[in-house]
Design a protein around this ligand. Structure first.
Ligand code: OGA
Ligand code: NI
Length: 932
């Protein structure tokens, strides 16, 4: 958060001001590397000598001027390297060995020069200087770690430096080497132009050779090479880079998802394609073709050439090609799963014949639809009411259009559905798909809400489309009714949400393919719709991914295929990756996670799975860091003692956002009672708990549920049940609370209120303000208590107890039992908050960060799932209210000034809570939405 960044800023600045770079640190004989250089934990998990046998191509330029055939052979190699690798090494490049050695020595001599001499060249932003020395050009802007490297930069062309502008240590070497680099650059741009099938001079005519910047790096030895990088992953901001490296090694390139070493090859130069060269050919599409590694070279040109034929894949087939062009090739190995599905599984087939017969028949169909939508997302319908003849007609119409004279089709060629109702093209994502182009042509027509006029449609398919779409609309109406019923809702619900309003018809034509193993008709995707009604002919090829296997959807004459689209899945679940239906089914048990554990499941259901690899950072924190522990025993003894405590609170609230308090005044037996009470409630007979099952804290004072954000946009469900109770300002009546925990809650909450009061006083003082200032802003007014129950988890590596979040409160007082699992994100690492018997954990919530204008920080935290358990925790939030409360909060006027302007806009707590709840614990901070 902001103050953490601020810390880092100060550290970076201190480093910068030494003007001695990384070398200065090494000269000072440091044995640990400073935190600002640490890469995020685990980001170097892939750091190892590349195991692959792959090597970037090495190209011998010796024969480049010998004769046409030799040159062409070199061009061919350059083309291959530029296209497939983006990197290659050149030998016999024409630069004398001596010149290479001289420049290496010159660079070393400069960097090992007396620091006082180097400092004369130290700067970051002097536009007039031709020679600049510093460490980490992006020191103040890089969002990750600093690099273990010093550099100097020299502008060579178009305006060469004068000798006086360069340090004597490397002056001659720079002039000599750069002269050679210019001429090698000239040759390289010629070869690259030829490799593109263009005139040799083309790239030079685009001024690729005009500007030359030389950056000379010095990588001091590093005492802890596993914690940092010499240069972070990047692609070059250039047309082309000529790189000379010494014999130490370390350079790696990302090739086909693996880091491949570029091993030193004495006497050679490394060449790599930069972003601009990649971009030069992509002007119209701006940066869409620019990948992170710049490895792709000319697929854009190939795709564009294909596009400009306006004849689609059919045009290729008509031209009798026998090989599938490269742009259609799927990445190697991505089709190893391609085979006729061996499984006997078939998507469900549902007969709609009796849907309007009687209630029982309809219910039976709804049941089948429910099952299919939940378990498969796909089903086939027979007796759907669309006459066979209409189906035949539309298939023929589509075929007629695609097999029409290309000149006629070209009239419709476009991708602009915003302005046209009918467009024909091949591959809507031709210029954006990062994988391969599909073996398929398509036309698309908007049918509803605004019908096309007959003239807008080609005669070949006009009537068929009108006829078929009429039927599709009415079948769609029926399907949304059945799906609504399957959700336990009123028949009209989905239609009332306008699911049926828009209809887009997409008609594909898959020409026969000479090499079907190299490409796909349609890449893997889910549909960008509420619901899709699909008609296929009898050729086959459609597969769906079901339980991790590809299952064929075999042609079934007369049937229509129905599938649930992304929007329907998202309704109620927002961006969830897990089917809404599964979450709902879990919810409806009203037994929470404990119910699953009681049922002795041995596998964690899919809806609880966190996205793969998102727990790569899950382990007991290795760091020795611990959140501060503050002893409140002396807080009322005398002024000096209190000030000492305030000082500690200030430090903790500013730097950690979290601390533990001992001697806080809440008796040990009260802590034990609330823990036991929480456990008693959760381990109560499920039928008793169900009486409290609800998410509606707006009208109830006590609710029990699992995952308050079950229907929000959190990516996975948490392994946790919870009950929640509003304690203040309107305390619940005893009969509103379950007997199992009633007394404990009253007792504990009384103490929490008074500890809260003390905390707000200390925090006010820590802000340098009157002790009552925070209370006067009603920070202490509302109290919401959550009691979490984390059942033991059979597969703790697949899920979380509580996802990463910061708290929707001013302040939270948390009691945890002795199981452990709570972690906070501190300086980019997860730090355990180890159980400390008798202590209470205090953390700053989002509102306090907001009203203190970032002086205090609301820090992200999470709870790991655990094989042991149950784990009990009680979180008491000041103040979290979904209830009407018109107080508007924004950065306190006492804390803002001209130099420190408000960082957040004003908001009411209710507004904030509604947004926070709707979003759910999706790992992002809601506070950031209010940033000015
Ligand atoms: C919370 C929370 C942590 C825990 O309820 O906001 O972070 O240990 N709880 O249960
Ligand atoms: Ni929390």
């Amino acid at each position: 958060m902001a103050s953490i960044e601020f810390d880092s800023y100060l550290e970076r600045k201190a480093f910068d001001e030494t003007k001695e770079g990384v070398k200065g640190l090494v000269d000072a004989k440091i044995t640990e590397i400073p935190r600002i250089f640490h890469v995020p934990r685990d980001s170097l998990a892939d750091k190892k000598p590349s195991v692959s046998d792959l090597e970037i191509p090495t190209i011998d330029f010796a024969s480049v001027q010998v004769d046409t055939a030799s040159r062409e052979a070199v061009v061919e190699k350059v083309k291959h390297a530029a296209e497939k690798w983006g990197f290659f090494q050149v030998i016999n490049h024409g630069i004398p060995l001596k010149v290479l050695e001289e420049i290496q020595d010159g660079v070393r001599t400069f960097h090992e020069e007396d620091p006082e001499v180097k400092k004369q060249y130290f700067t970051r932003d002097d536009d007039n200087k031709k020679f600049i020395y510093n460490s980490n050009f992006d020191l103040y802007s890089s969002s990750t770690s600093l690099n273990w490297r010093d550099s100097f930069v020299c502008y060579i062309a178009p305006d060469p430096p004068t000798p006086e502008e360069l340090p004597v240590t490397c002056r001659d070497a720079l002039f000599e080497y750069s002269k050679h680099v210019m001429s090698l650059g000239g040759l390289l741009f010629e070869l690259l132009s030829e490799a593109l099938g263009l005139e040799s001079e083309t790239l030079k005519s685009k001024e690729c050779l005009k500007t030359l910047l030389m950056v000379c790096h010095y990588y001091p030895p590093c005492p802890k090479p596993d914690l940092t990088l010499g240069i972070s992953k990047h692609s070059d901001n250039s047309f082309l880079t000529v790189l000379l490296q010494d014999n130490i090694g370390g350079l790696q390139i990302l090739h086909q998802d693996s880091w491949v070493d570029v091993a030193p090859l004495p006497g050679s130069l490394v060449i790599n394609i930069g972003d601009f060269l990649q971009q030069t050919f992509c002007e119209e599409k701006e940066t869409t073709m620019v990948t992170e590694t710049s490895i792709e070279f000319d697929p854009y040109m190939d795709r564009k050439a294909f596009d400009e034929t306006k004849e689609g894949v059919k045009g290729l087939v008509d031209a009798k090609i026998t090989q599938v062009p490269r742009i259609f090739h799927v990445p190697q190995d991505s089709l190893t799963g391609k085979k006729p599905s061996v499984s006997d599984l078939k998507i469900p087939t549902i007969d709609f014949a009796s849907v309007d017969l009687d209630t029982a028949s309809r219910e039976a169909i709804v049941e089948k639809v429910k099952y299919a939508a939940e378990k498969w997302g796909f089903f086939q319908v027979i007796n759907h009411g669309v006459p066979l003849k209409v189906l035949e007609e539309i298939k023929d119409g589509v075929r007629r259009f695609h097999e029409e004279d290309p000149e006629v089709k070209k009239q419709y060629f476009s991708r602009d559905l915003a302005n046209k109702n009918f467009v024909y093209y091949s591959n809507f994502d031709l210029y954006s798909s990062s994988t391969s182009v599909n073996w398929r042509d398509t036309f698309t027509c908007y049918i509803a809400p605004d019908h096309p006029t007959p003239e807008e449609l080609p005669v070949t398919c006009r009537d068929a489309m009108f006829e078929y779409s009429k039927h599709v609309m009415s079948l769609g109406g029926l399907l949304f009714e059945l799906l609504s019923e399957a959700l336990g809702l009123k028949s009209e619900t989905l239609k009332s949400k306008e699911c049926l309003k828009t209809l887009l018809m997409i008609c594909h034509y898959y020409p026969p393919c000479p090499q079907p193993d190299l490409t796909l008709g349609i890449s893997k995707h889910s549909d960008d719709s509420f619901l899709t009604i699909l008609l296929q002919d009898n050729i086959g090829g459609l597969q769906i991914l079901h339980q991790d296997s590809w299952v064929d959807v075999s042609p079934f004459p007369g049937a229509l295929i129905i599938n649930i689209g992304d929007f329907l899945q998202k309704m109620g679940t927002k961006t969830s990756v897990d089917p809404f239906m599964e979450r709902k089914a879990f919810d409806e048990t009203k037994e929470g996670v404990k119910g699953l554990v009681d049922a002795k499941i041995t596998e964690v259901p899919r809806i609880f799975h966190v996205p793969r690899d998102s727990l790569a950072d899950k382990k007991p924190s290795v760091s020795d860091l611990e959140i501060p522990i503050i002893d409140f025993a002396s807080v009322h003894v005398d002024t000096a003692s209190r000030e000492a405590v305030v000082e500690k609170v200030k430090h903790a609230a500013e730097k950690w956002g979290f601390f533990q308090v001992i001697n806080h005044g809440v008796p040990l037996n009260v802590l034990k009672e609330i823990e036991d009470g929480g456990r008693r409630f959760h381990e109560e007979d499920p039928d008793v708990k169900k009486r409290y099952f609800s998410r509606d804290l707006a009208i109830k004072n006590f609710v029990y549920n699992s995952n308050f954000d079950l229907y929000g946009s959190s990516p996975s469900v948490n392994w946790r049940d919870t009950f929640a109770c509003y304690i203040a300002p309107d305390p619940p009546t005893p009969d509103e609370l379950p007997v199992t925990c009633r007394d404990a809650m009253f007792e504990y909450s009384k103490h929490v209120m008074s500890l809260g009061s003390l905390l707000f006083e200390l925090l006010s003082e820590a802000l340098g303000l009157e002790p009552d200032i925070l209370k006067s802003k009603e920070c202490l007014k509302s109290l919401l208590m959550l009691c979490h129950y984390y059942p033991p988890c059979p597969q703790p590596d697949l899920t979380l107890g509580t996802s990463k979040h910061s708290d929707n409160s001013f302040l939270t007082i948390l009691l945890q039992d002795n199981i452990g699992g709570l972690q906070i994100l501190h300086q980019d690492s997860w730090v355990d908050v180890a159980p400390l018997p008798g202590a209470l954990i205090i953390n700053i919530g989002d509102f306090l960060q907001l009203i203190t204008n970032d002086k205090f920080i609301s820090v992200d935290h999470r709870v790991l799932a655990n094989r042991q358990g149950p784990r009990i925790s009680v979180a008491s939030f000041f103040s979290s209210s979904k209830r009407a409360n018109s107080t508007v909060y924004g950065p306190m006027k006492e804390l803002v000034s001209e130099e420190n302007p408000p960082k957040y806009r004003d908001i009411t707590i209710k507004e904030y809570t509604d947004g926070y709840t709707e979003k759910g614990l999706d790992g992002t901070s809601y506070l950031m939405n209010l940033r000015i």
